[in-house]
Write a protein that binds this ligand. Structure first.
Ligand SMILES: Cc1cc2nc3c(=O)[nH]c(=O)nc-3n(C[C@H](O)[C@H](O)[C@H](O)COP(=O)(O)O)c2cc1C
Length: 179
């Protein structure tokens, strides 16, 4: 069910700027549709559950491809590598022919798989929920590949970033419980 619009208690642009202080990776989610392959750049990806293996992302209700995403039983989530900025821009352009001249392979269920990602998760739809002006998709991971030698592309303050310094190991990681 869609959340009814209510007067914002604060400035939406200022809120956006606040949210952009939170760095994320960048993913491209792909799926098959009646009209051919669909794909979109997203930064709303996150892990949700280990058992069962669930991940999530959200799509703007204004996206032209939203009906196709709502109908998609399967998808693939590609965690982009540092070398894939152009691909991220390509899949963020509405109306563009995102697939023109692009090499990709297709799984038996029709899901397109792109090459060069830092990780790929093949998923089946678990649930879709109202997320205000977005729709929240929860996906169950059925298969995944990790390319540890590739560094992930980062996104923060409206710009792409590369991981700069060597990481410092988090003392308490991994915890028995999540995080
Ligand atoms: C770095 C980055 C992250 C994005 N993250 C999201 C997201 O999480 N959800 C979303 O709906 N759109 C996101 N977008 C915008 C969509 O990629 C863009 O609006 C989409 O490709 C339009 O698709 P359409 O052709 O279906 O309208 C993001 C764009 C960029 C550049």
């Amino acid at each position: 069910m869609k959340t009814p619009a209510s007067p914002s208690p604060f400035d939406a642009m200022a809120f956006r700027k606040c949210l952009s202080q939170f760095p994320t990776g960048v993913c491209i989610v792909t799926a098959a549709s009646d009209a051919g392959p669909i794909g979109m750049t997203i930064s709303s990806f996150n892990s949700l559950s280990l058992t069962p293996p669930l991940v999530l992302f959200s799509i703007d209700r204004r996206a032209q491809s939203l009906p196709a995403w709502e109908a998609a039983a399967n998808c693939a989530i590609h965690v982009l590598s540092q070398e894939q900025r152009d691909l991220s821009n390509r899949f963020a352009r509405p109306d563009a022919n995102k697939w023109e001249g692009l090499n990709f392979r297709t799984q038996d269920n029709g899901t397109p798989i792109l090459s060069g990602a830092a990780a790929v998760m093949e998923c089946q739809r678990h649930a879709a929920h109202d997320g205000g002006d977005h729709v929240l998709f929860i996906e169950r991971v059925s298969r995944f590949q990790t390319f540890g030698e590739r560094k992930p592309l980062m996104f923060c303050q409206g710009s792409y970033h590369a991981l700069g310094t060597e990481g410092v190991h988090a003392e308490l990681w991994p915890l028995d419980i999540h995080y």
